[in-house]
Design a protein around this ligand. Structure first.
Ligand SMILES: *Cc1c(COP(=O)(O)O)cnc(C)c1O
Length: 424
């Protein structure tokens, strides 16, 4: 098996003699066949092949295979956004009347998806404190629980997940652990190696890395035994009448989960990325292993600068020895966590606003994990739909400033922060 750096450049694509070196963009909606029977067999999932890009496209499949290789998974699919990835990952195994256990320290958009939109669809959720002991986590499970969900490194609270603990609890209750691995990326953390069954991504972040194309991905480890828990996952083990009785686990083995998500959910819901966007994502993947260490190196230097600064009330970076999550970070993300850190400006909300408005190089953006340094105030933007109580549960205090350290010269970043802090 090739190593991660090599997979960033070669995973999922081996051109034959005379074929394009860079991955081709199949900018097409459909594919031509010479007989209806041939196409019919593909429609029945009896033979593989491309019929319509909403279901599958060769460019998208190359990039998905590359991400699967990076995560050590057996199959993957791209989605049009990270939101679509998390929704499909959960909805593929949970429907009306079911229940999900989720970490409370997750991205605001995902919190809303679970707490509002999926509840409206009849899917119940119980949020748990990711730092809670195992018996407390176990108490959240119900007979109709279908999945456990968490972020490996939460956005923006930067909680490092004890993945092994979550995997143990999920498996003890016969359900898969789904981990959103957006922030560390597989360069810094590989959740499948610690027991996660399914990994999701907002590829809009470091994977793309250039603030270029919104996207998402779902990777299946192939390790969860759906048939051993067939009572819970009949949707995967029992016949699907819309495909003449196909049984995903029997007919597709380890690819069951991704195949179902592709042929059912993409067919019916359709959040597929354009092949052009998959191509952009692939350019980002090619340098991911070079960019991530620089993000971490710069962020650590910025964190050390902020930690000693008189205008900084507190700082949260799991790479600092003072962080509550330092030892978990060393275990699960030994090469570094990410370029994202958060801190409070002394003087609270108003001082934080003055600080942000004084920045010159660092820009205010609703984005994170970009090659360029950017900053955001979650309580008034991404998390504004949450009550103060929910903000605290999500680990986001009202004075929290989220700083996403880019790969510019680190002294230039520090100089800009220093002059802005003086004006705060
Ligand atoms: C941004 C983000 C999402 C949502 O992804 P989009 O691509 O913006 O839809 C989901 N999870 C995490 C951890 C994120 O940071």
């Amino acid at each position: 098996m090739k190593k991660l750096e090599t997979n960033c450049l070669h995973g999922g694509y081996e051109p034959k003699n005379g074929e394009p070196r860079q991955i081709p963009i199949y900018q097409t909606i459909t594919f031509r066949y010479t007989s209806s029977d041939e196409m019919g067999a593909i429609f029945d999932l009896k033979s593989p092949g491309y019929i319509y890009t909403r279901l599958q496209n060769p460019t998208n499949d190359i990039v998905a295979a590359r991400i699967a290789a990076l995560e050590g998974g057996c199959a993957a699919m791209l989605t049009s956004s990270g939101q679509a990835a998390n929704f499909l990952a959960l909805f593929n195994i949970a429907c009306a009347g079911d229940h999900i256990v989720a970490s409370s320290a997750i991205y605001g958009g995902t919190y809303n998806l679970l707490n509002v939109t999926m509840r409206r669809m009849g899917i119940d959720v119980t949020f748990v404190d990711p730092d809670a002991p195992e018996d407390e986590l176990a108490a959240a499970f119900k007979p109709n629980t279908k999945a456990m969900f968490a972020e490996s490194l939460s956005n923006p609270s930067l909680v490092v997940l004890d993945i092994e603990k979550f995997a143990r609890v999920a498996h003890a209750h016969g359900v898969p652990l789904i981990v959103d691995n957006t922030f560390p990326t597989p360069v810094n953390c590989r959740p499948i190696e610690w027991g996660a069954d399914i990994v999701t991504h907002s590829t809009s972040k470091y994977m793309d890395g250039h603030a270029c194309a919104i996207g998402g991905a779902i990777v299946d480890s192939g390790n969860f035994d759906w048939e051993a828990h067939g009572d819970k996952f009949a949707c995967l083990t029992e016949p699907d009448e819309t495909y003449h009785g196909v049984r995903y686990t029997k007919d597709f083995g380890k690819a069951a989960y991704i195949t179902k998500a592709t042929v059912q959910l993409m067919r019916d819901l359709g959040p597929i990325p354009s092949p052009q966007n998959a191509f952009y994502l692939n350019l980002g993947l090619e340098t991911l292993h070079v960019r991530m260490p620089r993000h971490c190196e710069n962020a650590l230097a910025v964190a050390r600068f902020l930690e000693g600064h008189k205008k900084v009330a507190w700082i949260n970076y799991p790479g600092l020895e003072s962080s509550k999550y330092y030892s978990l970070a060393k275990k699960y993300m030994p090469a570094g966590t990410s370029g994202v850190l958060s801190f409070g400006v002394s003087g609270g909300r108003e001082a934080a606003t003055r600080f942000m408005d004084s920045l010159k190089l660092v820009s205010i953006e609703t984005h994170v994990a970009d090659s360029r340094t950017c900053v955001l105030h979650p309580a008034s933007t991404t998390h504004r739909q949450l009550s103060d109580e929910q903000l605290v549960a999500a680990g986001v205090s009202p004075d929290l400033v989220r700083l996403s350290v880019g790969i510019e010269n680190v002294q230039d970043i520090i100089d800009d922060l220093a002059q802005a802090l003086e004006k705060s």
